[in-house]
Write a protein that binds this ligand. Structure first.
Ligand SMILES: [Zn+2]
Length: 622
């Protein structure tokens, strides 16, 4: 029977793997986690009450304000691969996930490091892990001196695909483990979510000890129901929200008739990719959970957190340099046994270092594409498996106003790239650039592609996308050349997201544009985010491209080169529509039509003819 059931399971697992692959290609796995994304079991009322009582006694009634000082905790990473040693999570992805988790957990004073190398488990059965069948086999790999985290090719409970599973605090060494599906390790959420359970956080929609009421006034039960945390709003879970702009749009009411207003950005909710944060109450509860788990560990004596950091020669010669708003950090790798490096940054030379990124072993450079500006930033580098030996600290100050911001990471690898951007005036093409997905969703073309634009002239921007998703786009020109794209420097913005290959719009360049060299930025985002309003932030999917724009100094005298409308650039030398302070000559044989506008100029010499239509007027001496 075992053979048959294993065959069935493997068949199913293969099919599931195929399904996962397809959905990954369609980027729906990371775009919206299903409500059953977490397999951590609902705690029993008895367990919750016992835990609360124990924590109360441990705290002796004191209000916990989180852990008072930094605690670094060892993680034992078990990367499950296929039996032939292929298919496992990369150590670079693992390092990046730990760096992101460290950033999220920094306010709790808990930080994590990889303990004594990665443990590889090469086993086809476990690679496609059905927790109902495989957990007991898997946890035979547990170590008893660290937090065990398993990374599996697929993760299921019977027929249900899962993203992660954790265990609440317990003295049972077999339950000292977190399981993660590889496909979500890089999403910045699921590892932090499961680690939250590990330190006794419940889902914001938990009902094991009662349904939380919306009110925080008379009759509030937030301390005894729901997730037992009062600064997380009551959460009805999980369907009524707009994943595009991360707003709740449900109308569900609680038993008192009060409308729910859950926090869809809460990491312990089920609101898909919107999840980014713990509340202060949850951060403090993590501190309680740490204290509680330690007491259970000590009582049981079954496991501890003393896996030593690996002795690693610290990186040296750390140097930070600024290149157009990217801080490049380089260092010398002095060891052969590091499991990648984590790059940390602080605005203080000695404290407050937070991970800003991670790289694989033997890599000796990192680009911080969202550096601090206008203040001194301090960088150091630490091996991912040796928190005890950071490098020395280096510093750099990136001034404000000297460089354009580099947009935060935006994914254009799955069908959201700008594959052509064009800028034209009338029938003349000024920019027409084809490209693929830029690194981290950004392409700086300012050194290679430029166009000259004339104030007062109308231009058309045309953007070609991959026609896979509804996209919207926004174009900025830094009119005052202050190195920022202000809201009033948006020259075009789509009304909404539409799914079509080519979109275009037009704008008339403002007469306030300063002459000289400046920058045009075009950003596209898909319908999971807004039509871009920010020139710098991260969007889940889309791309950003920059181009150079040259605005010539205005002429103080123009003349007609053909008959035409006064306000048509094509009528005038230099494509410059006359404006106040400009001397105008209308050449012989030319008829210039002032149609429904009041034309202004300093003076006008008429050798040809002016035609007035629709109350058109001319004011000179301006
Ligand atoms: Zn969960």
């Amino acid at each position: 029977m075992k053979t048959i059931s294993t065959v069935f399971r493997c068949l199913f697992a293969s099919l599931l793997c195929l399904i996962f692959s397809i959905t990954l290609a369609q980027k729906t796995v990371n775009k919206g986690l299903p409500p059953q994304d977490c397999g951590t079991p609902t705690p029993s009322r008895e367990a919750v009450e016992a835990a609360e009582k124990a924590i109360f006694q441990l705290k002796q009634g004191l209000v916990n304000k989180g852990l008072p000082s930094l605690v670094t905790l060892p993680i034992k990473a078990h990367i499950i691969r296929q039996s032939n040693g292929t298919g496992g999570l990369s150590e670079a992805t693992l390092n990046a996930a730990i760096a992101t988790m460290n950033t999220i957990y920094q306010p709790t004073n808990l930080q994590f490091y990889l303990c004594s190398g990665v443990h590889y488990v090469d086993n086809d059965n476990l690679y496609n892990c059905d927790v109902d069948v495989d957990n007991s086999l898997l946890v035979l790999n547990n170590v008893n001196d660290a937090v065990n985290i398993y990374f599996a090719g697929t993760l299921t409970a019977g027929n249900t695909g899962l993203n992660g599973i954790a265990s609440f605090p317990s003295g049972n060494a077999a339950a000292n483990r977190i399981l993660l599906y590889n496909g979500v390790v890089g999403n910045g959420q699921t590892l932090a979510h499961e680690m939250g359970h590990y330190w006794n956080l419940y889902h914001t929609h938990e009902t094991a000890v009662g349904t939380e009421l919306v009110t925080r006034s008379a009759g509030a039960n937030c301390g005894t129901a729901g997730d037992l945390v009062c600064d997380t709003p009551a959460d009805p879970c999980c369907y009524f929200y707009n994943p595009f702009n991360c707003t709740y749009n449900g109308t569900v009411v609680d038993v008192s008739g009060a409308t729910y207003t859950p926090l869809v950005t809460n990491l312990m909710s089920y609101y898909g990719d919107c999840r980014t944060q713990f509340t202060t109450g949850q951060q403090n509860r993590i501190g309680d959970g740490y204290t509680y788990r330690l007491s259970l560990m000590q009582t049981s004596g079954s496991y501890v957190f003393n896996c030593p950091t690996t002795a690693i020669a610290a990186p040296s010669n750390v140097v930070a340099s600024n290149a157009t708003c990217i801080v490049n950090v380089t260092w010398t790798d002095n060891s052969a046994n590091e499991k990648g490096f984590i790059i940390e940054r602080s605005s203080n030379a000695t404290t407050g270092f937070v991970a800003v990124g991670a790289v694989a072993a033997n890599v000796v450079s990192f680009a911080d594409i969202s550096p601090l500006t206008g203040t001194t930033a301090y960088y150091r580098v630490v091996a991912a498996n040796s928190s005890a030996t950071p490098s020395t600290v280096t510093s750099i100050t990136v001034p404000n106003g000297l460089c354009y911001c580099v947009p935060g990471f935006t994914d254009c690898s799955a069908g959201d790239a700008i594959i052509n951007f064009a800028l034209s005036a009338g029938s003349g093409t000024l920019i027409n650039r084809a490209s693929g997905c830029g690194t981290s969703g950004y392409s700086d073309n300012t050194q290679t592609t430029s166009a000259t634009l004339i104030p007062g002239q109308t231009y058309t921007v045309t953007l070609t996308n991959q026609n896979q998703y509804p996209e919207g786009f926004t174009v900025w020109i830094d009119l005052n050349q202050d190195k920022t794209f202000a809201p009033n420097e948006i020259v075009f913005r789509s009304a909404t997201h539409v799914q079509q290959t080519i979109q275009s719009g037009s704008f008339t360049l403002s007469g306030t544009a300063l002459p000289g060299q400046t920058r045009l930025r075009v950003r596209q985002s898909d319908d999971r985010a807004e039509v871009p309003s920010s020139s710098c932030n991260s969007y889940p999917y889309g791309e950003t491209e920059d181009y150079t724009i040259v605005i010539p100094g205005l002429q103080t005298a123009v003349s007609s080169i053909t008959s035409g409308n006064w306000n048509s650039p094509a009528t005038w030398t230099g494509n410059q529509v006359p404006s106040a302070g400009v001397d105008v000559t209308i050449n012989p044989m030319h008829t210039v039509t002032i149609n429904g506008i009041t034309a202004v100029a300093r003076k006008v010499k008429i050798n040809g003819k002016i035609s007035y239509l629709n109350n058109g007027k001319l004011q000179v001496g301006q």
